[in-house]
Design a protein around this ligand. Structure first.
Ligand SMILES: Nc1nc2c(ncn2[C@@H]2O[C@H](COP(=O)(O)OP(=O)(O)OP(=O)(O)O)[C@@H](O)[C@H]2O)c(=O)[nH]1
Ligand SMILES: [Mg+2]
Length: 200
């Protein structure tokens, strides 16, 4: 792997999406390995940091978990401004949340940083029997808009680490000014190098 030098890099990541889609739950699953059936609705925004180390470089992720309630909408630009990556979350059991996700994507495309890396995340994939939004619908919308797409479950941890690894990998080019290809990491490297990131 290419040597990246002794760098400390800070990257801002923002999660957006309708209330109740599971933004806080995804972050808690990733950062703490926890899940709560009765997660409280976020007020304003919550802030988490996660430090990932690889070779001589350290990335400190500042994660802004925004509140999905409509009354907090006007605060959002404060959180997505300057972000390296944005994760727009919807809930596969709610068509409304998918429509809301599309609105967020449009807003980010209009207002966001042109280098912003955007992910569309279909959460609650464990609730297959209540599904309202088909996997193909999310996938197709993401493709049309140049977004990365993943179906996740904060409850079962499905694709949660994968989501954050992909964010790091896709951000790597911007963060390290090296081609992503020289920066690809195997998951076992992550495990070795990042004891504070729990792998399921
Ligand atoms: N079954 C299932 N439930 C989930 C999942 N993710 C979150 N939940 C539940 O959905 C509810 C809402 O989750 P939150 O993480 O608070 O959602 P949020 O997007 O942060 O909501 P706001 O803070 O109001 O914007 C909670 O009761 C969670 O337990 C999931 O993947 N599967
Ligand atoms: Mg929340």
């Amino acid at each position: 792997m290419a040597r990246t030098g002794n760098k400390n890099i800070q990257a801002k990541l923002v999660l957006l999406g309708d209330m109740g889609t599971g933004k806080t739950s995804l972050v808690l699953r990733f950062v703490k390995g926890q899940f709560f059936e009765f997660q409280e609705s976020t007020i304003g925004a919550a802030f988490f940091t996660q430090v990932l180390s690889l070779n001589e470089a350290t990335i400190k992720f500042d994660i802004w978990d925004t509140a999905g309630q409509e009354r907090y909408h006007s605060l959002a630009p404060m959180y997505y401004r300057g972000a390296a990556a944005a994760v727009v979350v919807y809930d596969i059991t709610s068509m409304d949340s998918f429509q809301r996700a599309k609105k967020w994507v449009q807003e980010l495309q209009r207002q966001g940083n042109p280098n912003l890396i955007m992910f569309l995340v279909a959460n609650k994939a464990d609730l297959e029997d209540k599904r309202q939004v088909g996997n193909e619908d999310g996938e197709q919308y993401a493709k049309e808009n140049g977004l990365s797409f993943l179906e996740t479950s904060a409850k079962t941890a499905q694709n949660v680490n994968e989501l954050f690894y992909e964010i790091v990998q896709r951000s790597a080019k911007n963060l390290f000014s090296v081609p992503t290809a020289t920066f690809l990491l195997q998951q076992r490297d992550w495990q070795k190098l990042t004891p504070h990131v729990k792998l399921e």
